[in-house]
Design a protein around this ligand. Sequence first.
Ligand code: HEM
Length: 423
Amino acid sequence: MTNERRCPVTQFDHHSTEHTENHVAIYRKLREESPVAWTEAHGGFWVLSDYASVYEASRNDDMFSSARHDEYGGPGLAVTIPKAPTEFHIPIEIDPPNSAPYRKLINKVTAPRTVENLEPMIKHYVTGIIDSVIETGEADLAIVAGVPAMVVIDWLGLDPSEYQTYVDAMHTLVSAAPDSAEYRHAADVSVPRVEETVRAHIRYRREHPGDDITTYFIQSEINGETMTDDEIYSILELIISGGVGTTASLVTQSLVWLYQNPDERTQLIEDPSMLDIALEEFLRVFSPTQALGRTVMEDAEFHGCPVRKGDRALLSWASANRDPEQFSDPDDVDITRWPNRHIAFGVGVHRCAGLYIAKALAREIFTQVFERMSDYVVDMENVVTYPDQGTNAGYHSIPVTFTPGERLLGQTPLFGEHYTKAS
Ligand code: HEM
């Protein structure tokens, strides 16, 4: 591929240290100068950074495919750039119409009414995780980021007390620098371990059906046939990787911002009815999943640029969400902003399947932090952000102090015995 037909060409690498430190400014410059641009990083790809191009590409699955195309650049997760070394994921790596029956199954267990049934579990884990630090008056507030993992793992019927293994495998894979020891450990050790556990669980549930989502998928049919272990694994692994890191990213960024903006924090504490609208603004401005990729399927002119079959394209939800053409004063965080047509959950057929779960989790975490640790003070000198913010942005560590309070779970253990071990 030559540069001549790649105009405009830009220097852009969302996995670079510079990007991690300045992603808002870098995306702003891209939007202003070349909202569709070619970069040579990671073998070359198009960066789509304004709302119009990201929105249009997300809704054109024929031209911007989410499916794996190993013929272009070898195997790997199709929707990350560079491609992550993971198993095939259903349905995110299938284009319509074949993705539809899988998505229909997933929608049944992630619809608002079904998610209501998860609320007691969500409340239990948030209460328990805050209990674990509430008497001390100091903590790493990023511990609340463990709750999404506990809930998703429990929901699948896996052992929630092992949530940290899943966090290491799924979250570190996207938040550590690709050449770091943590990344290699996640890819080489934690991911295979999770795979072994989840596959064993699927086999066990075939023999011993339970009251969990894994059993639901085993008993469901796609086009009149039950699914193979590989298909079910592909779905479960996607739910785990989608569920574990993203909500953590949302709540850690929001909690730090709320410390820095005490007026808004007070407003939300005094009037919890404002929370749902504020949550949409946090999703817009912090865009936990910053950007995902596609493969171009035809030679065409796209927003003035000559895209070619086999090119990769990065769709930046984070940048689209700060496009002044769509949002007034986009860099201001306005917790009353409405309407708010952010695309933090994506657009089109692959729009996030877990968004109601994510919102229920975030709502409960904010509610309990406001009720139980309302005066938390963040030690900003010692917060630790993710080393790589190209895919997920957020904080690994948020040291805080607060007025100590009482534990609420009493004798109830954080992790009950209701799940069944597969082995
Ligand atoms: C704040 C939290 C979350 C954010 C920002 C987020 C973001 C996204 C985005 C941007 C996509 C679209 C991918 C694409 O178009 O290529 C997506 C898809 C998906 N997400 Fe989420 N997500 C969140 C939470 C969750 C949770 C909690 C779960 C599961 C429990 C989940 C499961 C999924 C699944 C299964 C897909 C694939 C849907 C499909 O391909 O049809 N997500 N998510």
